[in-house]
Design a protein. Structure first.
Length: 191
């Protein structure tokens, strides 16, 4: 018996289609793909997303999206281009309505531990990227500086009222638009 083994050709990623996500936004999945350079025009990395599944990238997407299961596989493009394959990301959503506290970190950033002594009146504010990325009708983002300015302007308020003031400021900024991403604010004020 003789076997002939031929190595497949390298190919670039074409279009990326995400299916099975009714609650999870595409942006959540694409953010993970972007972080690992798994984007249109890049070479397909079969070590990160092997055709048979259970790759590292699938696990990363599964964790970020709170999915039961994720399968990433190349598919032939509609135009038949042999140098490119489209990618299909199939998801089976998990319990997306559950509250699961977590913090996201970028792999290309440096972090350090630091202790900060808080005193009466100090405010700690944590928020998701959907807060500072909220966009107005012109496509401009609210931004982290606007958050800091609003907190500073209303620093005499209690934590709940401070959160309400920030929310109203952002709603006023986006006008009739809608939030395009998750929107969570946590404010702690030291008594």
């Amino acid at each position: 018996m003789a076997y002939e083994i031929r190595e497949g050709r390298q190919f670039r990623i074409g279009r990326i289609d995400i299916t099975g996500n009714e609650v999870t936004k595409d942006k959540v999945v694409r953010r993970v793909l972007d972080e690992y350079d798994f984007t249109p025009g890049e070479l397909y990395d079969a070590e990160m997303a092997p055709r048979e599944g259970n790759g590292r990238l699938e696990k990363y997407v599964q964790r970020a999206a709170g999915a039961q299961q994720v399968m990433i596989r190349p598919v032939a493009p509609e135009d038949g281009d042999p140098n490119r394959k489209d990618v299909r990301v199939d998801m089976e959503e998990g319990m997306t309505g559950m509250i699961r506290p977590g913090v996201g970190f970028s792999s290309d950033s440096a972090y350090q531990e630091q202790t900060v002594a808080l005193k009466s009146g100090d405010v700690v504010c944590a928020f998701t990227d959907g807060v500072f990325e909220a966009q107005n009708q012109a496509g401009e983002e609210f931004g982290e500086q606007a958050i800091a300015d609003c907190l500073r302007a209303h620093r005499r308020l209690g934590a709940r009222e401070l959160g309400d003031a920030l929310y109203r400021k952002i709603k006023s900024f986006i006008g009739t638009g809608k939030f395009r991403d998750d929107f969570t604010i946590l404010i702690v004020k030291v008594r």
